[in-house]
Design a protein around this ligand. Structure first.
Ligand SMILES: C[S@@+](CC[C@H](N)C(=O)[O-])C[C@H]1O[C@@H](n2cnc3c(N)ncnc32)[C@H](O)[C@@H]1O
Length: 415
């Protein structure tokens, strides 16, 4: 067996690091921060570069408001980008920065702490959870989350825009920019493309048309005996069970059945990267003593809360697992605290495969388990995990018979 590539702590440290990045807007250098998991990492999101060009040329600009400060909403997903630009450009505004990624939220806090001269309120919120009205909204649709999610956000942007306000839509042509503009034309009286740059488009939307909100919730029947799943559209596997998760649930069938008889000795289970909370809910149904479900994505957290909400044994946490999480928020996440980890680790950031991300999840699981604790991981068969698992006390392939696409690993933390 090959030795571990990097000690768990080193891998986690690398992923925890936030690096400075500069967003160039004409002569202005806007200092931002990025880390693994933030869109555009290790550089600046291409959408911001296109926006920078539009701002530099004056093709995009905040609307003029009479009386009081400009109320502005930053939905770019780029940590603290718009208030930092406004401070550098001398644009006075009251900013609300709404982010759904815990990683981006923490990076934004660091960016905004360093910014002087503009007011900004940072909030963990999905676009339809922010109460307007706003005079200016800068919106970068989450292109990797499906058309329906974009539609929900579009309706939310229209609902939050003040009469006389303007919204900027930032999207790449390969992400469906033209389709999004067409849809925007059904929601706004005016849609104008103000900048085209390397496939990126910046469009200005004005005159929101009255329309009903679009429901962000979807539901599907879960496999096995686990019931209906309610989820926010665009959360991971919100509309049907992930095939890897289905395989893991099958591999866990005997373990789940055994837990029913364990009474007060039943395990405390962590669901790392919980998505809709399907695994966490299966653990509760099997009789887990305590369950903590963690995800970086607020849509996943809202979804998992819908699955687990009300069960006093469950805690759902919005946190970036690649940064140390304050154990006071969930003692089970403290080093050596939990009995079992059930996990379908991510290996994508947006559309990019980032193998180190899932290896970091394996490291986070190792850190959270007590000695002798057990982790169950379902992974894509094509991705190598042997090197990470070699550092554990023992590990075994427990993939259900006949399964070809995924491997399930059962790994025991050594003493
Ligand atoms: C492969 S999905 C699994 C979701 C769910 N457990 C299931 O089986 O359907 C991985 C999840 O990890 C989350 N994730 C990605 N990076 C994360 C991070 N740094 N911290 C916490 N969660 C993260 C994603 O948002 C996603 O919901």
């Amino acid at each position: 067996m090959e030795p571990s590539a990097a000690p768990a702590a080193t891998l986690l440290e690398e992923h925890a690091r936030r690096s400075p990045v500069t967003w160039r807007v004409g002569d202005l250098d806007v200092e931002l921060r990025t880390k693994v998991g933030v869109r555009g990492h290790p550089g600046v999101d291409g959408a911001l570069s296109a926006l920078g060009e539009a701002l530099r040329r004056g093709r995009a600009r905040p609307p003029t408001v009479s009386g009081g400060a400009l109320r502005a909403l930053d939905l770019t997903g780029a940590p603290g980008a718009m208030p930092s630009w406004a401070a550098a450009a001398g644009v006075e505004a009251d900013w609300t920065v709404a982010l759904s990624s815990a990683a981006a939220l923490a990076a934004a806090r660091q960016v905004l702490d360093a910014v002087r001269g503009t007011a900004a309120t940072l909030t963990a919120a999905l676009p339809w959870e922010v109460s307007g009205p706003f005079d200016w909204i800068v919106w970068r649709p989450p292109a990797d989350r499906g058309v329906r999610r974009v539609r929900v956000e579009l309706a939310a942007v229209a609902a939050a825009l003040a009469p006389g306000g303007a919204a900027l839509l930032l999207q790449h042509k390969d992400e469906g920019a033209q389709r999004c503009e067409r849809e925007a034309a059904g929601v706004f009286a005016e849609v104008e493309t103000v900048e085209r740059s390397s496939g990126w488009r910046v469009s200005e939307l004005r005159g929101p048309l009255p329309g009903p909100p679009v429901d962000p919730w979807v539901a599907f029947e879960a496999p096995d005996d686990t019931g209906v799943v309610r989820a926010i559209v665009g959360a991971f596997a919100a509309e049907k069970v992930d095939p890897g998760t289905a395989v893991l649930l099958r591999a866990l069938a005997d373990r789940r059945a055994a837990m029913a008889g364990e009474g007060p000795a039943a395990p405390r289970v962590l669901d790392l990267g919980c998505g809709t909370g399907l695994l966490a809910r299966a653990a509760l149904a099997a009789g887990a003593r305590e369950v903590v479900a963690v995800d970086d994505d607020l849509a996943a957290v809202r979804s998992a809360s819908a699955q687990l909400g009300g069960d006093p044994r469950a805690v759902v946490l919005h946190a970036d697992l690649l940064r140390p999480v304050d154990p006071a928020r969930a003692p089970l996440l403290g080093a050596g605290s939990c009995d079992e980890v059930w996990c379908n680790p991510p290996f994508h950031v947006g559309r990019q495969v980032v193998g180190a991300l899932s290896r970091a999840f394996v490291a986070a699981a190792h850190q959270a388990l007590r000695p002798g604790g057990v982790a169950w991981f379902v992974v894509n068969r094509a991705l190598p995990y042997e090197r990470e698992l070699a550092a554990w006390g023992a590990h075994a392939d427990v993939t259900p018979e006949g399964e070809r696409a995924f491997t399930v690993w059962r790994a025991v933390r050594g003493r």
